[in-house]
Design a protein around this ligand. Structure first.
Ligand SMILES: *[C@@H]1O[C@H](CO)[C@@H](O)[C@H](O)[C@H]1NC(C)=O
Ligand SMILES: *[C@@H]1O[C@H](CO)[C@@H](O)[C@H](O)[C@H]1NC(C)=O
Length: 379
């Protein structure tokens, strides 16, 4: 009976595990099968351009024709008809938008909506409009304009047709039926045609044959003539003018602008005040060794301010240590009057003890060795 129960439990457990495994597998399958890419919606001209480009790709893909090998002459005549055939159009349309993962839905929808126009171009207008983009997006759907044209009537951009906005900006709405045709200048440029440098930028002609607006040095305030701190017209706050170096960072800390209990740290173009170490009342810099005056409860012990309490404690320890040494010496002297040999032995041990303890305390130096040797020799 017991055995049977155990068997049942094991069996049901194994069922649960395998069930979980299966559901896990199914889940994974579903996940891997539907890469639901987030679909984005493009503005009309961009969407149309996408469709046109996809169509062009389809034409490239089918440009070598369907048939390969075999009779060359027969193939040529076949390809000749294939090039403009409905079969090829269908083959192009089959894979239309397939490479557009992000906006596939929009592309596909557009292709269905304007299938008739695509057919019209394929069968009738290919010769007069070599570019399907021009036919579809500019002339038929009226969503795009030719390059550097803008607005509902495709007027030329104000920044010019050849090099709009002097190459330092973009025509607003250029290439679409939207926008104002004005220039949107790149960073550092200004003016109707982006022909000027913004305040804080200078005309940099160091690049071959052209010019560009480059940011002024950080040490400049407003305009500058050229690169570096010498090119400034006015120095920025926190900088002073030097004839050889241009605008130089002032060291504000020289006049110590910080209040009592803080010290000054100079930074580029400025400074800041930092709280003194807790052992200082006032200080020249960071740490307990930079105090001008020790704080309350601290005592000056070259070269730091240390806590008076711990200083007293260490003083006590010191006194106790030397008292022990003296006691030992006196004891040795007393024994010396009784027995010279034992006293010398003990004296030697005391000497070693004092030497070792001085060494471990850390104050060990030559003087204490000499002292120990002297104390030995007096025995
Ligand atoms: C910069 O200098 C060049 C050459 O002198 C000049 O053609 C150009 O117009 C200047 N650009 C600006 C923004 O002043
Ligand atoms: C400037 O022109 C020279 C020669 O014409 C060329 O070797 C160099 O690479 C150019 N430099 C830049 C920054 O365009």
């Amino acid at each position: 009976m017991k055995l049977f129960l155990i068997y049942c439990i094991i069996f049901s457990l194994s069922r649960i595990v395998s069930l979980q495994e299966e559901t896990g597998k199914i889940k994974n399958k579903v996940d891997s099968k539907s890469p639901t890419k987030k679909q984005e919606t493009l503005p009309p001209c961009q969407a149309c351009r996408m469709l046109a480009n996809s169509f062009k790709k389809g034409m490239e893909r089918t440009s070598r024709g369907k048939f390969e090998g075999g009779d060359a002459l027969w193939e040529e005549s076949r390809l000749g008809t294939y090039a403009d055939s409905e079969i090829r159009l269908v083959e192009i349309q089959e894979k239309l938008c397939s490479e557009e993962e992000k906006a596939f839905d929009q592309c596909h929808h557009l292709a269905e909506e304007h299938e008739a126009l695509l057919e019209e171009w394929w069968f009738k207008s290919k010769a007069s409009y070599p570019d399907i983009f021009y036919f579809l997006c500019i002339d038929k759907l009226l969503v795009c304009c030719p390059e550097n044209h803008f607005g509902s009537d495709c007027k030329p951009c104000l920044g010019g047709l050849v090099n709009p906005c002097n190459g330092h900006g973009q025509c607003k709405g250029g290439g679409t039926r939207k926008g104002s045709g004005l220039c949107r200048c790149d960073l550092g440029y200004t003016g109707e045609l982006c022909e000027k440098c913004k305040v804080g930028y200078y005309n940099d002609t160091s690049v071959n044959g052209s010019w560009q607006c480059t940011k002024c040095d950080v040490s400049c305030k407003g305009h500058c003539r050229e690169a570096g701190p010498k090119g400034c017209e006015v120095c920025a706050d926190g900088y002073y003018y030097s004839i050889e170096l241009g605008c130089v960072d002032s060291n504000e800390c020289l006049v110590n602008p910080c209040k009592y209990g803080t010290f000054c740290v100079n930074t580029v173009g400025s400074y800041h005040c930092v709280e003194c170490d807790k052992s200082c009342d006032d200080c020249r810099g960071d740490g307990p060794d930079m105090c001008e005056k020790c704080a309350k409860g601290y005592t000056y012990q070259e070269p730091l301010c240390i806590e008076t309490k711990s200083w007293q404690r260490s003083l006590h320890v010191e006194v106790a240590r030397y008292a022990t040494y003296i006691g030992l010496c006196i004891a040795t002297c007393i024994i010396l009057r009784r027995n010279f040999y034992i006293a010398s032995l003990i004296g030697l041990l005391v000497g070693v003890y004092i030497g070792l303890s001085e060494y471990t305390v850390g104050d060990w130096d030559k003087r204490s060795v000499i002292k120990s040797v002297r104390s030995l020799s007096t025995l």
